[in-house]
Design a protein around this ligand. Structure first.
Ligand SMILES: Cc1cc2nc3c(=O)[nH]c(=O)nc-3n(C[C@H](O)[C@H](O)[C@H](O)COP(=O)(O)OP(=O)(O)OC[C@H]3O[C@@H](n4cnc5c(N)ncnc54)[C@H](O)[C@@H]3O)c2cc1C
Length: 377
């Protein structure tokens, strides 16, 4: 029997597995994919993430990937309005291809048993802990552990959803994300956000001189554009000519392109449902704020000492649940509220021009808006 099974090896899962393994616990980390692989993400690691990585003992792991650096954000509307906002510190640009693999390797190095290509299908409580059911190809597997932490991000299997029987949003209420890399684009140390009706495109430098392009849009805008990543990007370039001009210099790298559908930005936050949940498995953090990865790391940082206390018998399961729920809501609720409002406003035509004008007249307002979306500051 393991002390703890962690489901999913994104930032939240791998970092939690690393911390618990370093404390001497017998940890199993289960991941459905084989890494490295590309993932839909803007790959903008906010300034706040570095302190959290330090607290988790993972700063060097990420610094060794030679992330690109950024200290400004530049927003551009289809009408050509710009807003420059100073970031609250230096952000990093690092591909999920490299980052997720490095964090998984750190967990293994810390002593966790890591198994990839295994999809967890459910967990059942027992008198001594949990039975975790999983699938590996055609094989059905079971594992047992005293504790389980779900870190499986968005869109997990039904049994791992925050509230399995809650009504799911209709497809029209969801968003679609696309990411790809470019080479040969001159990238100043800034993240560039190009707004369009129904979404935005982020362009930011990552390691090895590449640029990450990441697009998030409503299902309606994606369908109206032609229902493919290529058609959507062509439509965005038509709306926002500044992006079209920007991309002309670059070379698109087709093998880096990935798309994700059914992104639910309104899901209720559920930090505990039978077992602890960390990262996006709690709720989807508004991507435009570029803080989802820091928040995934921060939730693992909140959960780790409580899991440790439970495993060493210093608190009950109910005590772990109560303290984690309280800490999660206290830490993330205010930033989630502002982030969701800001994301919804910035993709509305007319509203984004007004907000950018306001930000140009009152630069401290723009900085405050960025600041209040940070749960991890
Ligand atoms: C379009 C878009 C752009 C974004 N841009 C940014 C950005 O620029 N900066 C930022 O900070 N955040 C960004 N985010 C948010 C960020 O990607 C997430 O907040 C972050 O990845 C959450 O990390 P996580 O570890 O919780 O989940 P994930 O990174 O999703 O990891 C979950 C892992 O669990 C695995 N898994 C899932 N189900 C199972 C299962 N049943 N069994 C086993 N394994 C399973 C998955 O394969 C995956 O590896 C963006 C999100 C989107 C959609």
């Amino acid at each position: 029997m393991y002390d703890c099974i962690v489901v999913g090896s994104g930032l939240a899962g791998s970092s939690l597995a690393t911390v618990l393994s370093r404390q001497g616990w017998h940890v199993l980390l289960l991941e459905r994919r084989h890494l490295p692989q590309h993932k839909v993400c803007g790959e903008f690691l906010s300034p706040e993430a570095q302190a959290i990585l330090g607290g988790l003992g993972l700063y060097d792991t990420v610094a060794h990937l030679h992330p690109a650096t950024m200290d400004m954000a530049r927003l551009t509307t289809p009408a050509g309005l710009h807003l420059h906002v100073q970031l609250p510190g230096q952000a990093w640009g690092v591909s999920r291809f490299a980052l997720d693999a490095a964090l998984l390797a750190a967990a293994a190095e810390a002593g966790a048993t890591v198994r990839t290509g295994i999809t967890v299908t459910g967990t059942t409580p027992t008198s001594s802990g949990h039975i975790v059911a999983a699938r590996c190809g055609q094989d059905q597997l079971t594992f047992t552990a005293r504790a389980v932490v779900v870190a499986c991000g968005r869109n997990p299997v039904p049994a791992l959803r925050p509230v399995p029987d809650a009504p799911r949003p209709t497809i029209a209420q969801t968003h679609i994300g696309v990411k790809c890399h470019y080479t040969n684009l001159a990238m100043p140390p800034q993240v560039e956000l190009y707004l369009f009706p129904g979404g935005y495109v982020g362009l930011s430098p990552v390691e090895d001189g590449r640029a990450n392009l990441c697009l998030l849009t409503t299902h309606a805008a994606f369908t109206a554009a032609g229902a493919s990543a290529e058609a959507m990007l062509a439509a965005v370039c038509h709306w926002n000519q500044a992006l079209a001009r920007r991309l002309q210099e670059g070379t698109f790298l087709p093998d880096t392109q990935v798309t994700v559908a059914s992104v639910d930005l309104k899901q209720r936050a559920v930090p505990w449902n039978g077992v602890a949940r960390v990262g996006d498995a709690v709720t989807m953090i508004p991507p435009l704020c570029g803080d989802g990865m820091a928040m995934a790391l921060r939730s693992a940082q909140l959960c780790a000492p409580l899991a440790h206390d439970f495993l060493r018998g210093a608190c009950s399961l109910a005590g772990w649940e109560e303290r984690y729920r309280q800490q999660w809501h206290r830490t993330f609720d205010p930033a989630m509220r502002v982030g969701r409002m800001l994301q919804a406003a910035l993709i509305q035509p007319g509203v984004h021009d007004m907000l950018l004008l306001l930000g140009n007249i009152l630069p401290p307002l723009a900085r405050t808006a960025v600041h209040t979306t940070r749960a991890t500051r």
